[in-house]
Each structure stands twice: as structure tokens, then as C-alpha cells.
Design a protein around this ligand. Sequence first.
Ligand SMILES: Nc1ncnc2c1ncn2[C@@H]1O[C@H](COP(=O)(O)OP(=O)(O)OP(=O)(O)O)[C@@H](O)[C@H]1O
Length: 215
Amino acid sequence: MISLSQVTVRYGDVTAVSDVSLTVPPGFVLAVSGPSGAGKSSLLWAIAGAVPVAKGQVEVDGLVITDRPAAAAHGVVLIPQGNGLARVLTARENLSIPLLAERKPNDEVERTIDQALTGVALEESGDHLVEELSGGEQQRVAVARGIAQQGRVILADESTSELDGTNRERVLDLLHAEARRGAAVIIATHDPAVAATAHGHATMAEGHLNWLRRI
Ligand SMILES: Nc1ncnc2c1ncn2[C@@H]1O[C@H](COP(=O)(O)OP(=O)(O)OP(=O)(O)O)[C@@H](O)[C@H]1O
């Protein structure tokens, strides 16, 4: 369960997120849309513990989120805009880093990576360097890395923006499957077709959140 109460995020004089309260229970997908600069990424970063909260509180399943390492250890997975992949490592290596950090056995890590790459139809590309992959393929690697972590919260920031229709459907199916597994999922998106698949839909404007369809 993601619970935000009156969360504000500031960068100096800029208020990126203003007094946002929301809950996303396990099993639900929330889409957040809104114009560029509205505060969508900052909202996800706050939930991921990647930016400090100036006011209010973020809680995930009872844990107050204060920093990224604690949030990650608690199962808060961020699939960042721009993918956040190491370009000079292979797709497999990128997927393995968070899994090995969890000290999972090697054979389990390999199995999980195979499943995740197959899920995004990149089972043949695991040994390619990220910099050799197309933009859309890199985006699918980032999604596979997020899915492989089996988090309790999945935060997908524009994770379908570079995909064709087939791959967009594939990624949306994966994110919905994560929700059915029990994750609480938030997708930041400019794409109305993506938002239409979610259980709830909110928009952001100048840091404020407004519900179009409530969870
Ligand atoms: N690190 C930062 N330092 C200063 N200002 C920032 C920083 N990151 C974001 N901002 C500002 O905060 C506001 C919200 O940005 P944010 O990236 O959260 O919006 P967004 O809705 O995700 O935009 P986009 O759709 O373009 O990704 C913007 O005014 C942006 O310029």
C-alpha cells in the first residue's frame, strides 16, 4: 500500500509537488498524467525516496520513506524516465545488479533474468551491451529490470514512451501482472491509451494532483 499525506517536494524556490495525498492499495494500477513539468517524476521520486519530502509523509506498507536505500530494501522499485541503465554493461548485467544486491543465489538470479527478458521479448538480446540496443529495446530492458525485482511497489516513469503498439501492450500487460501479483503500481504517462487501462487516473498540474477516476 502506497500512502501519501500532504506531500510537498521543493527544489529551492520551485515547488514540484504540492500537498498531494493519495493511496494505492496492493493490486491496483494508478496512472498519473499531466503536462511536462507538472511534477509527475518528482512525485514518483518522492515515493521512491530519491528526493526529500519538504512537507507531509510517504508511507509504503507501514514504512515511512525517507531515503532511497531504505525504500529499495523495502521493495520500492523505480523504472526511471530515461531508463537509468549502465550503457557499457549488457542487458543481463543490468538486470543482475539489483538482484545480486539482494544476495539471491546465482541460479535463482539467472532464472529470474531469463523470465524477465522473455517477458519483454528480449530473450535473444541479453548479452548485448545496452549501448548497442535501440531506444525502445533499452526501455524494455529497464522494464525487465524493474519487473525482475518483484517489488511491493512499482513506479514506472514514462516506461512505454518509445515503444510500438505491440511492445506497449506487452509492457502494460507486465505492469498489470505485477499488480495481480500484489504490487501497488503507479505509471506516469502522457499516453491516454495507457491511462485508460489503469484502475484509477489522476492528472497533475503545477504540482497539484486531481483525480479523474478514483481508485
Ligand atoms: N533536480 C531538479 N532541480 C530543480 N528543479 C527541478 C529538478 N527536477 C525537476 N525540477 C523542476 O520541478 C518541476 C517538476 O518536474 P518533473 O520532472 O517532476 O515534472 P514531470 O511532470 O515529470 O515532467 P515531464 O513530463 O517533462 O517528465 C519542473 O518545474 C522542473 O523544472
